[in-house]
Ligand binder design. Sequence first.
Ligand code: MOS
Length: 758
Amino acid sequence: MTDLIPELRTPTAPEGTGRVKGGMPVSRVDGRAKVTGSARYAAEEQAPGLRYGVVVSGTIARGRITAIDTDEALTAPGVIEVLTHLNRPKIRSWDLAYKDMTAPGGSPFRPLFSDRIFYSGQPVALVVAETFEAARYAAQLVKVNYEEEKHETDLLATLDQAYKPRPMKAGFTPPSSKGDADKAFEEAPIKIESQFYHGVEHHNPMEMFATTVIRGEDGHLTIYDKTQSSQNNRWYVSRAFGLSKDKVTVRNPFVGGAFGSGLRPQYQLTLAVMAALQLKSSVRVVLTRQQMFSFGHRPETWQKVSLAADKDGKLQAIKHEAIHETSRLEDYVEVVVNWSGQLYACDNIKLGYKLVAHDRHSPIDMRAPGAAHGVHALEVAMDELAYKLKMDPLQFRRLNYASVNPLDDKPYSTKELHQCYDKGAARFGWDKRPLEPRSMVDGEELVGWGMATGIWDSLVMVARVSAVLHADGRLVVSSAASDIGTGTYTVMSMIAAECMGLPLERVTFQLGDSTLPMAPIEGGSSHVTTVGGGVHGACEKLQKTLIKIAKAMPGSPLAKAKPKDIEFIDGAMQLRNRPDVSLRLSEVLAAKGVDRLEEKFFMTPQMAKQRKFTRAVHSAVFCEVRVNEKLGMVRVTRVVSAVAAGRIISGKTAASQVSGAVVWGISQALHEESFTDHRFGRFMNHNYAEYHVAVNADIHDIDVIFAQEDDRIVSKQLGAKGVGEIGIVGVSAAISNAIFHATGKRLRSTPITPDKVL
Ligand code: MOS
């Protein structure tokens, strides 16, 4: 079979997997490759004469480098070169050349560009050696002198410096308002006003950021990189270094988690390419876990939510403002407050959003950017107001259910949130919940039940997909998509197999190479609607062509058949319910005299239709906590997450996405925070010993339910809406609300560590 890029080691489903239908719980087609180690990641690629680069990280938050002494490092055994801003190869000076496809407004950070220091941990040199060990040793021998300037990294001390961000990046809209929320809030009988604080969080995927640049004899660079878009990083390398498209290929066939951290090129890519160009050799650069804390993060965020209701519990005013940090270079935007204008029916809404510029690296999108913190604040505030009204928190949300978008009166393309409330509450047993806090005790522990609503946008982007049917009956479908562990290989193979009536093992989906047909970044939970829609479109075109050829074949049994009566089953096309009237697909190709048939599809969202609707996924999260007040310990013993995300294409990987996100939500609620020592403007706990993430002992029952939903506005081809990010939204709020129910203590900031619970 041709048309496969051999170096990609594209996984296919094991023999005997058979036919699949949308929604089926299919195991990952890449599962075997991953557990046997045959799936190679960016830092595992080999090349003859490979050199190893180790990054020297800067130690001040702001200022400039006055001198770098590399003499000692250069004399260490095995060391080949030490790159700094003084001797690096030529790169473009025009800062916009470093603007990748997902960059926010401003000027991107340029690694080793000049003597300027913008943040603590900034790369200041790259030691390149014959072995990793030699480079790591020599990296300690590089001496850097700085001229320090006064830095700022404290959000709460600088809220008065907040400003409105420069124009937003694509996909984000500035917050809007409606009615007179200030007046309505003043006049309402029942109200609450609360402030929220969230520290910085870091992504911490299992796989470290890594780049292996393999230099061909002709100077072509094949770059294995940890990224959520091979094409974004190919574009970036070409622009930053002035290399034409055919001189650079970026590959990411396997990615060990990213969660948004791979949406933009990270500095190890730039440094590895610099070294490969300078030394004319293949080079690998892998960041350490500590260095993984020296680029984007979920920003430190302050919020204020004011809610007011009438005596019956109808919302009268929603006010939500948020301020978070960004770098001095770029206006990173994640808006935070927008969903507060979309979720509940209310005539008076006021939303505000600002940034404060600090001496930090720009934040970067992290699973459900903006909503993870914004919906936390809204949903804890909703719980507070429900208690002021002495009303069940779920009942309060149902009472204020929005059946159109309250901000602009647009209908939702689909919104089965009612189903999430009904099914989630039933599964959880919410009807047995006593309203009063501190009313359930079990041994040493207070038991609390809490819930929250979740919401996230339904995005569709543009993509190109190619589908090639081979004479041996195999189908190869391609697009430069990514699989960051989300299940892209599996779901795309399923869509193609179902559409073409082929057993799953006869279908290969190849992704992860910048030379494949154009695909967007794997972000915003949009890959299924976008690339998946394209896969479906390409397969439908293939069917049309096959039908046309089949009907024209001499003596064709399908000559008189209407196209809609022809179905594709097990490598053949047949008249519906008439297995005796059929043609093998291989016969059709033979009749045409070809050994392959290709169709391409250009997937675009139906913009005109979509504009008339608000498009979002929804969820309801219910959870049980057990709190030991003597120790301040919280255990999350049960979570039910009910999600309405359109048609679910791959039942198993979708449920895995949501349960994985719930694990992270628990981690966010109870553990995760990157602390800054403001004297140095530096993250202190940049390792797994001190940056706590949830471990197995923290995780108990997680139950995922999907609502019945089919959204042909968002996804004409599939009815899907995307499940990647919604799973985390609302989880930390539900936990916070459950802790209130258990203890009577209202905790508005995350992580909810024992000192806050005591
Ligand atoms: Mo997602 S934060 O768009 O990878």
